[in-house]
Ligand binder design. Structure first.
Ligand code: SF4
Length: 375
């Protein structure tokens, strides 16, 4: 099983916290789609004929694309790759792009999973983050999508946002639950150096992230989603009735994927490839027949460290058998720290898998880093 990721590098406006690759100049959308089709042609053998189970339009803002762009990209993928009978085809979308007619168009073109970037249902927070949509648009688009027939919808929320009077976070969660979606991804607000917030932090115009507020929001989220039948299957991802994101789960389980578009990454179990994060240079290189990417061959240590970083965040944990296949004796090298974490109930061993406990969840990344081996 393998996946294809398509990076659509355009956005209407820059959200103040965002450090993804995108351009707000949309004049080259048509040309970009044609270039991504060229890349699909050049890389048709990358996945060595493996069945494609998931296709993911990410970005940037893929909902900026018109139906004709989506159709062209999907037709090219279908013609060049072996697609499974019922692939998961996800499109990330912003509420301000999702009119009823756009939703119907996406549905007709075969998009069967929508990932809607809502982030907050609070007007002041939406303005604070510089999101392009309103609370009303967020609610309407989810309701319309359900009416049109989408039965696999996830929404993104951000917690840890500072507030002045009343904390909007409980209402954000209550609204998400009322909408009846089966999947929620919730991320802590972070301030990255290359963003508007990063610049403002340097100029002391905003305060650093309040870790206590973020932790209390996260705990509130866990409690509410848990009592409403959601399962936390990855630190930031929650779903009902086994509605896991197949595409993201395949990343966490080290499956192969091909990334198309500027800044997209690819992984084939041997190396990672990183496409250039520059729209003009990406187009220029492909026009001359070259794939503008850097290749990093992964050492066994890197492979195991990556398994630890992604696997420990999931409910399935990390398979010790798979780790031993790559590095025999890995447990011996880590024996004292493993003993420490298991005795103190941050980690548990179940069915030969190393799994994070409830107590360990807030520290999952730190625990994984402490289990990293040096090259
Ligand atoms: S958060 Fe999404 S919509 Fe906002 S700038 Fe980043 S990629 Fe674009």
């Amino acid at each position: 099983m393998a996946g294809i990721y398509l990076h659509i590098p355009f956005c209407k406006q820059a959200c103040y916290y965002c450090d993804f690759h995108f351009s707000t100049n949309q004049s080259s959308v048509d040309e970009m789609v044609s270039t991504m089709i060229q890349e699909l042609d050049l890389r048709k053998d990358y996945l060595e004929g493996e069945n494609i189970e998931t296709i993911y339009f990410g970005g940037g803002t893929p909902s900026i694309l018109e139906g004709k762009h989506i159709r062209r990209l999907l037709e090219k993928i279908e013609s060049q790759f072996k697609i499974s009978d019922s692939p998961e085809i996800t499109l990330e979308a912003n509420p301000d792009d999702l009119s009823r007619s756009k939703l119907a168009e996406l549905y007709n073109y075969g998009i069967n999973r929508l990932s809607i970037g809502i982030q907050s249902f609070n007007e002041s927070h939406l303005k604070y983050l510089n999101r392009a949509h309103t609370n009303k648009e967020a609610i309407n688009c989810v309701e319309n999508a359900i009416e049109i027939g989408f039965d696999n919808i996830t929404i993104d929320l951000i917690y840890g946002i500072p507030f002045e009077n009343e904390d909007p976070w409980p209402n954000d969660i209550a609204t998400a639950l009322d909408l009846g979606v089966d999947h929620i991804s919730a991320y802590c607000l972070t301030i990255e150096p290359q963003t508007v917030f990063g610049k403002w932090l340097n100029q002391n115009k905003i305060k650093p992230i309040n870790e206590e507020l973020a932790a209390s929001h996260f705990n509130y989220l866990l409690e509410k989603l848990n009592s409403n039948g959601f399962e936390q299957y990855e630190i930031s991802n929650f779903c009902k009735s086994g509605c896991y994101s197949k595409h993201n789960t395949s990343y966490w389980q080290q499956k192969r994927y091909l990334g198309i578009g500027p800044s997209a990454h690819s992984f084939n179990k041997v190396s990672r490839q990183f496409n250039i994060a520059n729209n003009a240079k990406y187009i220029k290189a492909l026009n001359s027949g070259a794939i503008p990417c850097e290749v990093e061959i992964l050492s066994n240590t890197q492979k195991v460290n990556e398994m630890m970083m992604t696997g420990l965040r999931t409910k399935w944990g990390v398979s010790l058998d798979e780790i031993r296949e790559v590095i025999p004796g890995w447990e011996t090298k880590n024996s004292s720290i493993l003993k420490d974490y298991t005795q103190n109930q941050y980690l548990k061993l179940s069915n030969n898998h190393l799994i994070i406990t409830e107590k360990g969840k807030l520290l999952a990344d730190e625990i994984a880093l402490n289990l990293f081996l040096d090259e």
